[in-house]
Design a protein around this ligand. Structure first.
Ligand SMILES: [Zn+2]
Ligand SMILES: [Zn+2]
Length: 448
Protein backbone atom coordinates (compact mmCIF):
# COMPACT_ATOMS: atom_id res chain seq x y z
CA UNK A 1 0.00 0.00 0.00
CA UNK A 2 1.25 3.45 -0.88
CA UNK A 3 0.82 6.37 1.47
CA UNK A 4 0.35 10.01 0.52
CA UNK A 5 1.07 12.63 3.17
CA UNK A 6 0.08 16.22 2.48
CA UNK A 7 3.06 18.29 3.60
CA UNK A 8 1.29 21.29 2.10
CA UNK A 9 -0.64 22.59 -0.90
CA UNK A 10 -4.04 20.86 -0.53
CA UNK A 11 -6.72 22.85 1.26
CA UNK A 12 -4.55 25.95 0.94
CA UNK A 13 -2.81 28.15 -1.62
CA UNK A 14 0.92 27.68 -1.25
CA UNK A 15 3.69 25.34 0.02
CA UNK A 16 2.82 22.60 -2.46
CA UNK A 17 4.47 19.42 -1.18
CA UNK A 18 3.22 15.83 -1.50
CA UNK A 19 5.08 12.92 0.06
CA UNK A 20 4.59 9.43 -1.36
CA UNK A 21 5.82 6.49 0.71
CA UNK A 22 6.01 2.80 -0.04
CA UNK A 23 7.57 0.49 2.56
CA UNK A 24 10.87 2.20 3.39
CA UNK A 25 11.09 4.36 0.27
CA UNK A 26 9.78 7.86 -0.32
CA UNK A 27 9.35 10.23 -3.24
CA UNK A 28 8.42 13.90 -2.95
CA UNK A 29 6.43 16.04 -5.38
CA UNK A 30 7.31 19.76 -4.98
CA UNK A 31 8.50 21.56 -1.86
CA UNK A 32 7.20 25.13 -1.87
CA UNK A 33 6.69 28.09 0.40
CA UNK A 34 3.54 29.98 1.27
CA UNK A 35 3.72 33.75 1.01
CA UNK A 36 1.99 34.62 4.27
CA UNK A 37 3.36 35.81 7.58
CA UNK A 38 6.92 36.10 6.26
CA UNK A 39 6.84 32.60 4.76
CA UNK A 40 5.27 29.31 5.74
CA UNK A 41 6.89 26.00 4.89
CA UNK A 42 5.73 22.41 4.29
CA UNK A 43 5.27 20.03 7.23
CA UNK A 44 8.56 18.27 6.51
CA UNK A 45 9.32 15.30 8.79
CA UNK A 46 13.14 15.16 8.89
CA UNK A 47 13.02 11.51 9.97
CA UNK A 48 11.48 10.60 6.58
CA UNK A 49 14.31 12.18 4.59
CA UNK A 50 16.71 9.19 4.78
CA UNK A 51 14.00 7.26 2.86
CA UNK A 52 13.71 9.92 0.19
CA UNK A 53 14.87 8.52 -3.16
CA UNK A 54 13.89 11.36 -5.49
CA UNK A 55 12.25 14.78 -5.50
CA UNK A 56 10.25 16.05 -8.46
CA UNK A 57 9.66 19.74 -9.02
CA UNK A 58 6.78 20.78 -11.28
CA UNK A 59 7.91 24.39 -11.89
CA UNK A 60 9.84 27.33 -10.49
CA UNK A 61 7.08 29.29 -8.74
CA UNK A 62 7.74 30.00 -5.08
CA UNK A 63 4.76 28.03 -3.83
CA UNK A 64 6.31 24.89 -5.35
CA UNK A 65 10.03 25.35 -4.91
CA UNK A 66 11.11 27.65 -2.10
CA UNK A 67 11.36 24.97 0.60
CA UNK A 68 13.67 22.69 -1.42
CA UNK A 69 16.76 23.90 0.52
CA UNK A 70 15.12 22.67 3.74
CA UNK A 71 15.39 19.11 2.43
CA UNK A 72 19.16 19.52 2.04
CA UNK A 73 19.43 21.24 5.40
CA UNK A 74 17.85 18.13 6.92
CA UNK A 75 20.24 15.80 5.13
CA UNK A 76 18.74 14.97 1.74
CA UNK A 77 21.56 14.35 -0.72
CA UNK A 78 19.64 13.16 -3.77
CA UNK A 79 18.44 14.90 -6.88
CA UNK A 80 15.62 17.26 -7.74
CA UNK A 81 14.12 16.19 -11.06
CA UNK A 82 12.85 19.14 -13.05
CA UNK A 83 13.16 20.82 -16.43
CA UNK A 84 16.35 22.65 -17.30
CA UNK A 85 14.41 25.91 -17.74
CA UNK A 86 12.93 25.58 -14.26
CA UNK A 87 16.38 25.10 -12.73
CA UNK A 88 17.58 28.21 -14.58
CA UNK A 89 14.69 30.28 -13.21
CA UNK A 90 15.15 29.23 -9.59
CA UNK A 91 18.02 31.54 -8.55
CA UNK A 92 15.82 34.56 -9.33
CA UNK A 93 12.99 33.11 -7.25
CA UNK A 94 15.33 32.39 -4.31
CA UNK A 95 16.51 36.00 -4.39
CA UNK A 96 12.95 37.31 -4.50
CA UNK A 97 11.94 34.97 -1.66
CA UNK A 98 14.83 36.25 0.46
CA UNK A 99 13.77 39.85 -0.22
CA UNK A 100 10.19 38.98 0.69
CA UNK A 101 11.26 37.38 3.99
CA UNK A 102 13.41 40.41 4.86
CA UNK A 103 10.57 42.81 4.01
CA UNK A 104 8.44 40.93 6.55
CA UNK A 105 11.27 40.85 9.12
CA UNK A 106 11.12 37.05 8.90
CA UNK A 107 14.11 34.75 9.06
CA UNK A 108 14.75 32.25 6.29
CA UNK A 109 14.84 28.74 7.79
CA UNK A 110 17.82 27.82 5.57
CA UNK A 111 21.07 29.38 4.37
CA UNK A 112 22.73 30.06 1.03
CA UNK A 113 24.69 26.83 1.44
CA UNK A 114 21.46 24.81 1.41
CA UNK A 115 20.34 26.53 -1.79
CA UNK A 116 23.74 25.78 -3.32
CA UNK A 117 23.44 22.14 -2.21
CA UNK A 118 20.45 21.44 -4.48
CA UNK A 119 21.39 18.92 -7.16
CA UNK A 120 19.29 19.03 -10.28
CA UNK A 121 18.57 16.24 -12.75
CA UNK A 122 16.87 17.24 -15.99
CA UNK A 123 13.69 15.60 -17.16
CA UNK A 124 14.18 16.41 -20.82
CA UNK A 125 17.63 14.82 -20.79
CA UNK A 126 16.12 11.57 -19.58
CA UNK A 127 13.13 11.45 -21.94
CA UNK A 128 11.05 13.49 -24.36
CA UNK A 129 7.62 14.74 -23.31
CA UNK A 130 5.12 11.90 -23.14
CA UNK A 131 7.70 9.09 -22.95
CA UNK A 132 8.29 6.81 -20.01
CA UNK A 133 11.79 6.53 -18.58
CA UNK A 134 13.46 5.01 -15.52
CA UNK A 135 14.47 7.23 -12.62
CA UNK A 136 15.73 4.48 -10.33
CA UNK A 137 14.94 0.76 -10.20
CA UNK A 138 11.22 0.45 -9.52
CA UNK A 139 10.29 4.03 -10.46
CA UNK A 140 9.42 5.17 -13.94
CA UNK A 141 8.15 8.58 -14.87
CA UNK A 142 6.89 10.62 -17.75
CA UNK A 143 6.34 14.33 -18.04
CA UNK A 144 4.53 16.80 -20.27
CA UNK A 145 4.33 20.56 -20.61
CA UNK A 146 1.67 22.06 -18.32
CA UNK A 147 1.14 25.44 -20.06
CA UNK A 148 1.62 27.38 -16.82
CA UNK A 149 5.18 28.75 -17.04
CA UNK A 150 8.11 28.00 -19.34
CA UNK A 151 9.56 24.79 -17.98
CA UNK A 152 6.42 23.87 -16.03
CA UNK A 153 5.47 20.20 -16.27
CA UNK A 154 2.94 17.61 -15.19
CA UNK A 155 4.32 14.28 -14.04
CA UNK A 156 3.21 10.67 -14.07
CA UNK A 157 4.95 8.10 -11.89
CA UNK A 158 4.75 4.32 -12.13
CA UNK A 159 6.04 3.15 -8.79
CA UNK A 160 5.63 -0.31 -7.26
CA UNK A 161 2.70 -1.01 -9.54
CA UNK A 162 0.88 2.21 -8.64
CA UNK A 163 0.24 4.94 -11.16
CA UNK A 164 0.36 8.47 -9.79
CA UNK A 165 -0.48 11.57 -11.81
CA UNK A 166 0.51 15.05 -10.60
CA UNK A 167 -0.73 17.93 -12.73
CA UNK A 168 1.56 20.56 -11.18
CA UNK A 169 0.00 23.93 -12.02
CA UNK A 170 -1.86 23.32 -15.26
CA UNK A 171 -3.71 25.31 -17.87
CA UNK A 172 -4.61 24.53 -21.44
CA UNK A 173 -5.64 28.18 -21.97
CA UNK A 174 -2.32 30.01 -22.10
CA UNK A 175 -1.96 32.43 -24.98
CA UNK A 176 1.75 31.69 -25.29
CA UNK A 177 2.63 28.39 -23.65
CA UNK A 178 1.84 25.01 -25.11
CA UNK A 179 0.40 22.28 -22.88
CA UNK A 180 0.63 18.56 -23.54
CA UNK A 181 -2.60 16.69 -22.96
CA UNK A 182 -2.39 15.01 -19.59
CA UNK A 183 -2.84 11.43 -20.72
CA UNK A 184 -1.36 8.38 -19.10
CA UNK A 185 -2.22 6.64 -22.34
CA UNK A 186 -0.38 3.52 -23.29
CA UNK A 187 2.89 2.70 -21.66
CA UNK A 188 5.92 1.86 -23.72
CA UNK A 189 7.08 -1.23 -21.87
CA UNK A 190 4.91 -2.54 -19.11
CA UNK A 191 6.48 -4.20 -16.13
CA UNK A 192 5.05 -7.49 -14.93
CA UNK A 193 1.90 -7.32 -12.86
CA UNK A 194 1.59 -3.54 -12.85
CA UNK A 195 -1.10 -1.39 -14.35
CA UNK A 196 1.43 -0.64 -17.02
CA UNK A 197 1.54 -4.27 -18.13
CA UNK A 198 -2.22 -4.65 -17.87
CA UNK A 199 -2.74 -1.53 -19.97
CA UNK A 200 -0.44 -2.81 -22.62
CA UNK A 201 -2.04 -6.22 -22.76
CA UNK A 202 -5.63 -5.07 -22.67
CA UNK A 203 -4.94 -2.06 -24.92
CA UNK A 204 -7.12 0.04 -22.67
CA UNK A 205 -6.55 3.43 -21.18
CA UNK A 206 -4.48 3.40 -18.02
CA UNK A 207 -6.26 4.29 -14.83
CA UNK A 208 -4.28 6.23 -12.27
CA UNK A 209 -4.37 4.97 -8.70
CA UNK A 210 -3.92 8.54 -7.49
CA UNK A 211 -4.14 11.93 -9.18
CA UNK A 212 -3.21 15.19 -7.49
CA UNK A 213 -4.60 17.94 -9.63
CA UNK A 214 -4.58 21.71 -9.82
CA UNK A 215 -8.01 22.98 -8.79
CA UNK A 216 -6.91 26.48 -7.78
CA UNK A 217 -10.06 28.21 -9.00
CA UNK A 218 -12.43 25.89 -7.15
CA UNK A 219 -15.90 25.66 -8.68
CA UNK A 220 -15.46 28.77 -10.81
CA UNK A 221 -16.55 27.98 -14.35
CA UNK A 222 -15.18 30.96 -16.31
CA UNK A 223 -13.12 30.32 -19.40
CA UNK A 224 -10.08 32.42 -20.28
CA UNK A 225 -12.12 34.08 -23.04
CA UNK A 226 -14.62 35.37 -20.46
CA UNK A 227 -11.83 36.75 -18.29
CA UNK A 228 -10.11 38.48 -21.20
CA UNK A 229 -13.40 40.06 -22.25
CA UNK A 230 -13.78 41.46 -18.72
CA UNK A 231 -10.20 42.74 -18.69
CA UNK A 232 -10.67 44.34 -22.07
CA UNK A 233 -13.81 46.11 -20.98
CA UNK A 234 -12.28 47.33 -17.72
CA UNK A 235 -9.23 48.65 -19.58
CA UNK A 236 -11.31 50.32 -22.26
CA UNK A 237 -13.35 52.26 -19.71
CA UNK A 238 -10.19 53.73 -18.18
CA UNK A 239 -8.56 54.54 -21.52
CA UNK A 240 -11.71 56.21 -22.76
CA UNK A 241 -11.59 58.52 -19.72
CA UNK A 242 -7.94 59.34 -20.61
CA UNK A 243 -6.71 57.37 -17.63
CA UNK A 244 -3.84 54.94 -17.26
CA UNK A 245 -4.10 51.34 -16.09
CA UNK A 246 -1.56 49.77 -13.75
CA UNK A 247 -1.20 45.99 -14.15
CA UNK A 248 0.85 44.52 -11.30
CA UNK A 249 1.99 41.09 -12.52
CA UNK A 250 4.58 38.53 -11.41
CA UNK A 251 8.03 38.86 -12.96
CA UNK A 252 7.57 35.73 -15.01
CA UNK A 253 4.29 34.16 -16.01
CA UNK A 254 1.01 35.83 -16.83
CA UNK A 255 2.72 39.24 -17.06
CA UNK A 256 4.26 38.44 -20.42
CA UNK A 257 0.98 37.01 -21.71
CA UNK A 258 -0.99 40.06 -20.60
CA UNK A 259 1.59 42.42 -22.02
CA UNK A 260 1.30 40.73 -25.39
CA UNK A 261 -2.48 40.70 -25.12
CA UNK A 262 -2.58 44.42 -24.22
CA UNK A 263 -0.26 45.34 -27.07
CA UNK A 264 -2.53 43.53 -29.52
CA UNK A 265 -5.92 44.56 -28.12
CA UNK A 266 -5.03 48.23 -27.61
CA UNK A 267 -2.87 49.13 -30.59
CA UNK A 268 -3.12 52.85 -29.82
CA UNK A 269 -2.07 52.74 -26.16
CA UNK A 270 1.45 53.42 -24.94
CA UNK A 271 3.04 50.63 -22.93
CA UNK A 272 5.26 51.38 -19.93
CA UNK A 273 6.99 48.21 -18.81
CA UNK A 274 9.42 47.48 -16.00
CA UNK A 275 12.66 46.11 -17.39
CA UNK A 276 12.42 43.07 -15.12
CA UNK A 277 9.40 41.92 -17.13
CA UNK A 278 11.21 42.22 -20.46
CA UNK A 279 13.94 39.72 -19.70
CA UNK A 280 11.52 36.78 -19.29
CA UNK A 281 9.78 37.92 -22.48
CA UNK A 282 13.07 37.88 -24.38
CA UNK A 283 13.92 34.54 -22.80
CA UNK A 284 10.71 33.11 -24.26
CA UNK A 285 12.07 33.72 -27.74
CA UNK A 286 14.90 31.31 -26.90
CA UNK A 287 12.42 28.65 -25.74
CA UNK A 288 10.25 27.94 -28.78
CA UNK A 289 9.82 24.33 -27.63
CA UNK A 290 7.65 25.59 -24.75
CA UNK A 291 5.51 27.90 -26.93
CA UNK A 292 2.45 27.59 -29.12
CA UNK A 293 3.03 27.67 -32.84
CA UNK A 294 2.99 31.32 -33.92
CA UNK A 295 3.73 32.72 -30.47
CA UNK A 296 7.32 33.49 -31.32
CA UNK A 297 6.39 35.83 -34.17
CA UNK A 298 3.92 37.71 -31.94
CA UNK A 299 6.56 38.20 -29.23
CA UNK A 300 9.10 39.43 -31.75
CA UNK A 301 6.61 41.95 -33.09
CA UNK A 302 6.03 43.28 -29.57
CA UNK A 303 9.76 43.49 -28.87
CA UNK A 304 10.20 45.62 -31.97
CA UNK A 305 7.26 47.92 -31.15
CA UNK A 306 7.98 51.63 -30.75
CA UNK A 307 5.06 51.97 -28.30
CA UNK A 308 7.13 50.19 -25.70
CA UNK A 309 8.86 52.29 -23.02
CA UNK A 310 11.07 50.14 -20.81
CA UNK A 311 11.91 51.60 -17.40
CA UNK A 312 14.15 50.58 -14.52
CA UNK A 313 14.84 53.72 -12.45
CA UNK A 314 12.67 56.31 -10.75
CA UNK A 315 13.86 58.93 -13.20
CA UNK A 316 12.84 56.78 -16.18
CA UNK A 317 9.50 55.97 -14.59
CA UNK A 318 8.71 59.64 -13.92
CA UNK A 319 9.68 60.61 -17.45
CA UNK A 320 7.53 57.83 -18.91
CA UNK A 321 4.50 58.72 -16.79
CA UNK A 322 4.83 62.43 -17.59
CA UNK A 323 5.37 62.00 -21.29
CA UNK A 324 2.91 59.42 -22.42
CA UNK A 325 -0.51 60.53 -21.24
CA UNK A 326 -2.78 57.50 -21.18
CA UNK A 327 -0.71 54.37 -20.71
CA UNK A 328 -0.86 50.72 -19.86
CA UNK A 329 1.73 50.21 -17.13
CA UNK A 330 3.17 46.81 -16.28
CA UNK A 331 5.04 46.48 -12.99
CA UNK A 332 6.53 43.26 -11.70
CA UNK A 333 4.84 42.30 -8.49
CA UNK A 334 1.43 40.67 -8.73
CA UNK A 335 0.49 41.38 -5.10
CA UNK A 336 2.07 44.87 -5.04
CA UNK A 337 4.38 44.04 -2.15
CA UNK A 338 7.39 45.68 -3.78
CA UNK A 339 8.35 49.30 -3.34
CA UNK A 340 8.11 49.94 -7.05
CA UNK A 341 4.56 48.61 -7.33
CA UNK A 342 3.51 50.81 -4.41
CA UNK A 343 5.33 53.76 -5.92
CA UNK A 344 3.26 53.45 -9.09
CA UNK A 345 0.11 53.29 -6.99
CA UNK A 346 1.09 56.49 -5.15
CA UNK A 347 1.98 58.26 -8.40
CA UNK A 348 -1.40 57.46 -9.92
CA UNK A 349 -3.40 57.91 -6.71
CA UNK A 350 -3.99 61.65 -7.08
CA UNK A 351 -6.05 61.22 -10.25
CA UNK A 352 -9.16 59.09 -9.95
CA UNK A 353 -9.49 58.34 -13.67
CA UNK A 354 -6.53 55.99 -13.35
CA UNK A 355 -7.09 52.43 -12.19
CA UNK A 356 -5.37 49.26 -11.05
CA UNK A 357 -6.22 45.86 -12.50
CA UNK A 358 -5.10 42.95 -10.35
CA UNK A 359 -5.05 39.68 -12.27
CA UNK A 360 -3.89 36.92 -9.93
CA UNK A 361 -3.74 35.47 -6.44
CA UNK A 362 -3.67 37.99 -3.57
CA UNK A 363 -2.30 36.82 -0.23
CA UNK A 364 -4.21 38.20 2.72
CA UNK A 365 -2.53 41.30 4.09
CA UNK A 366 -0.69 42.02 0.82
CA UNK A 367 -0.70 45.61 -0.42
CA UNK A 368 -2.71 44.54 -3.47
CA UNK A 369 -5.38 43.01 -1.30
CA UNK A 370 -5.51 46.10 0.91
CA UNK A 371 -5.75 48.39 -2.12
CA UNK A 372 -8.60 46.25 -3.46
CA UNK A 373 -10.47 46.29 -0.15
CA UNK A 374 -9.73 50.00 0.27
CA UNK A 375 -11.15 50.74 -3.17
CA UNK A 376 -14.32 48.75 -2.42
CA UNK A 377 -14.96 50.43 0.93
CA UNK A 378 -13.73 53.97 0.21
CA UNK A 379 -10.74 54.01 2.56
CA UNK A 380 -8.99 57.42 2.08
CA UNK A 381 -5.51 55.83 1.98
CA UNK A 382 -6.56 53.82 -1.08
CA UNK A 383 -8.30 56.24 -3.42
CA UNK A 384 -7.71 54.45 -6.74
CA UNK A 385 -10.31 52.21 -8.33
CA UNK A 386 -8.98 48.65 -8.14
CA UNK A 387 -10.50 45.63 -9.87
CA UNK A 388 -9.57 42.00 -9.49
CA UNK A 389 -10.05 39.98 -12.68
CA UNK A 390 -7.97 36.81 -12.65
CA UNK A 391 -6.12 35.81 -15.79
CA UNK A 392 -6.28 32.05 -15.78
CA UNK A 393 -3.05 30.16 -15.19
CA UNK A 394 -4.73 27.34 -13.25
CA UNK A 395 -7.78 25.14 -13.49
CA UNK A 396 -11.40 25.86 -12.61
CA UNK A 397 -14.44 23.58 -12.78
CA UNK A 398 -14.57 22.92 -16.55
CA UNK A 399 -10.81 22.30 -16.65
CA UNK A 400 -10.90 19.89 -13.70
CA UNK A 401 -13.76 18.00 -15.35
CA UNK A 402 -11.76 17.71 -18.55
CA UNK A 403 -8.71 16.48 -16.66
CA UNK A 404 -10.78 13.85 -14.83
CA UNK A 405 -11.97 12.58 -18.23
CA UNK A 406 -8.48 12.47 -19.66
CA UNK A 407 -6.81 10.97 -16.60
CA UNK A 408 -9.30 8.48 -15.18
CA UNK A 409 -8.25 7.91 -11.56
CA UNK A 410 -9.37 5.78 -8.65
CA UNK A 411 -8.59 8.60 -6.23
CA UNK A 412 -8.28 12.31 -6.96
CA UNK A 413 -6.94 14.93 -4.57
CA UNK A 414 -8.00 18.47 -5.44
CA UNK A 415 -5.12 20.86 -4.77
CA UNK A 416 -4.07 24.50 -4.70
CA UNK A 417 -7.13 26.19 -3.18
CA UNK A 418 -8.22 27.02 0.35
CA UNK A 419 -10.39 24.39 2.04
CA UNK A 420 -13.83 26.03 1.64
CA UNK A 421 -13.19 26.58 -2.05
CA UNK A 422 -11.98 23.01 -2.50
CA UNK A 423 -15.01 21.68 -0.59
CA UNK A 424 -17.34 23.66 -2.82
CA UNK A 425 -15.77 22.17 -5.94
CA UNK A 426 -15.93 18.70 -4.39
CA UNK A 427 -19.67 19.09 -3.80
CA UNK A 428 -20.28 20.11 -7.40
CA UNK A 429 -18.26 17.17 -8.73
CA UNK A 430 -20.04 14.72 -6.40
CA UNK A 431 -23.42 15.98 -7.59
CA UNK A 432 -22.27 15.37 -11.15
CA UNK A 433 -21.50 11.76 -10.23
CA UNK A 434 -17.71 11.85 -9.89
CA UNK A 435 -16.45 9.34 -7.34
CA UNK A 436 -13.22 9.03 -5.40
CA UNK A 437 -12.55 12.79 -5.32
CA UNK A 438 -11.11 14.24 -2.10
CA UNK A 439 -10.58 17.60 -0.42
CA UNK A 440 -7.64 17.24 1.98
CA UNK A 441 -5.62 19.49 4.30
CA UNK A 442 -1.96 19.80 5.28
CA UNK A 443 -1.02 16.94 7.58
CA UNK A 444 -3.59 14.53 6.16
CA UNK A 445 -2.61 10.96 5.30
CA UNK A 446 -4.15 9.09 2.41
CA UNK A 447 -3.72 5.44 1.48
CA UNK A 448 -3.67 4.26 -2.11
ZN1 LIG B 1 2.65 28.18 -10.41
ZN1 LIG C 1 1.20 27.15 -7.65
Amino acid sequence: MMQLTIWGGAGEHGRSSYLLQYKNEAVLLDCGGKKEGGGQYPLISPEVLPQLKAVFLSHAHEDHSMALPLLYKHGYEGEVWTSRVTAQQLPGYFQAWGRYARSQAAELPYGEEHIAAIRYAYLEERSSAGEWSNVFPGLRMKWGRSGHLPGAVWLALDWHGKLVYFSGDYTAESALLAADEPQLGMMGEGSEGTDAARCLIAATRCIADLAIIDAAYGANSDSQAVRLAELEQATEVVLRAQGSVLYPVPTSGRGQELLLWASERFPEAQLIVERALMEPLRQLTALPEWLHVGALARIEKLLASDRLTIVASEEERLRALAGKGSSLIFTNDGMMQSEVARWYYQQLASVSRHAVLLTGHLASGSYGEMALRGSDSGVPDFPLPVQHICYKVHQGLPDVRQMLERVPSRAVVLAHAVKPRTDELLEVLKEEGYKGVYSLSPGDLFFV
